[in-house]
Design a protein around this ligand. Structure first.
Ligand SMILES: [Zn+2]
Length: 402
């Protein structure tokens, strides 16, 4: 009966997803959340336990009289994924346990110029092999995910366009998989798409069904979630809000070849130029320094935040009018920029957003801070396990390290 088998697989995945996202849950809570009866829940938990994905234990410190009910926990220390993050200024790799805990991480500075596919993948694969080799005995890698700061073809992780390094059609996912040599495919996503998902699952957007995430560094990426689903467009390249034209007449030139794009007006260089900083200063430290200087009263820095906050507000106002989100989240460098320019952003929203569209929108900074994109990559890596828990992992006995 294939239908019954499908239902069972879906129920197993659903149960594991709840435990993965919310940690220890009792059988009663799981029954309430899934709508399944207790005997079905018990059977599913037994299967997940036998597969080494969850365990049942007494809750810590309940302090209540009577027999406490067991809670189901994810096997965080046993089942993990490898997550990678290729950001503008850093390369990051981590072992992330089921349940979303970052267990170990390795980081390197990424030079702004001259990094080709081979050198980037070489660093990441070296990190990944080290994390895998030093994982404790008995642990098992359930998947590999990567976040990349560019436009990614879903399915094979091809970087179609990586503007900061000028990458065009580079087989990033395939090459990372080959160099890791774990026999696992590498799922790759755009950093802002993954950041949006991570914030929705674990960050400032938990519970939100309609969410906009803006990720800033050199440029600005976007992830837009509508009714719980990412708007990825016809081929996976949707949400490029950074190239929404806000200032076409006398705007700054954009890396994409256009002029006056949102990212040209609010990206790192726009802020640093407006603050009179030389081109030798760049990156998050330089951006933070401008925000700090504005706080201390430096006029040039305050002027820069006014200018950039104004354009950011115009961009966000357009996005709110289009999508009526419940929350807009500022991530990456835009965290700092928003904190330094919130009044200007809010003023533009008040001026330009239809009153009914802004009634419920909240503006937030990223709840996962610098890890939003990394956590998004980890969630991408866990997706197959959560879809089909018993078919994805090798059996516990076969999974131990030599
Ligand atoms: Zn552009």
């Amino acid at each position: 009966m294939p239908e019954l088998e499908d239902i069972r697989r879906r129920n197993l995945g659903n149960l594991l997803r709840h435990v993965h996202l919310d940690g220890a849950l009792s059988r009663t809570e799981l029954a309430e959340r899934t709508g399944l009866n207790r005997s079905t829940i018990m059977g599913l938990i037994a299967e997940l336990t036998a597969a080494g994905l969850v365990r049942e234990e007494l809750p810590v410190g309940t302090g209540r009289a009577g027999r406490p009910s067991l809670v189901v926990r994810p096997e965080t220390d046993r089942v993990y994924v490898l997550a990678f993050d290729v950001a503008v200024d850093r390369l990051l790799a981590a072992r992330v346990g089921l349940g979303g805990t970052v267990l170990e991480r390795l980081e390197a500075v990424r030079p702004r110029a001259g990094a080709d596919l081979s050198s980037v993948v070489g660093v990441l694969a070296g990190f990944g092999k080290r994390l895998h080799a030093t994982a404790p005995p008995g642990t098992v890698c359930a998947g590999v995910g990567a976040s990349y700061c560019g436009m990614i073809r879903p399915g094979d992780g091809m970087v179609r366009y990586g503007p900061d390094m000028g990458w065009v059609d580079q087989a990033f996912g395939a090459e990372l998989g080959r160099r890791l040599g774990l026999g696992l495919p590498v799922a790759v996503g755009n950093e802002a798409h993954l950041g949006a998902r991570a914030e929705q699952l674990r960050g400032a957007g938990v519970g939100a069904q309609n969410l906009v995430y803006l990720h800033g560094d050199v440029g600005v990426g976007g992830g837009i979630i509508v009714r719980g689903e990412l708007l990825d467009g016809e081929a996976g390249y949707g949400c490029e809000v950074g190239h929404m034209v806000v200032n076409p007449y006398d705007g700054r030139p954009c890396m994409c070849g256009s002029r006056g794009c949102l990212e040209a007006e609010v990206g790192e260089r726009a802020l640093l130029d407006a603050a009179g900083r030389p081109s030798s200063q760049y990156g998050w430290p330089a951006v933070r320094a401008v925000v700090d200087a504005a706080d201390r009263g430096e006029e040039a820095a305050q002027h820069a935040l006014r200018v950039v906050g104004d354009w950011l507000g115009i961009g966000v106002a357009n996005i709110i009018n289009l999508f009526n989100p419940g929350v807009v989240i500022f991530g990456g460098m835009l965290r700092e920029v928003y904190l330094g320019s919130a009044d200007h952003v809010r003023r533009r929203i008040a001026d330009h957003v239809l009153a009914v569209s802004r009634e419920r929108v909240r503006l937030r900074i990223s709840g996962l801070a610098d890890d939003a994109t990394l956590i998004g990559a980890a969630e991408l890596a866990f997706a197959e396990l959560l879809r089909s828990p018993l078919d994805t992992l090798p059996a516990p006995a076969a999974s131990t390290h030599p």
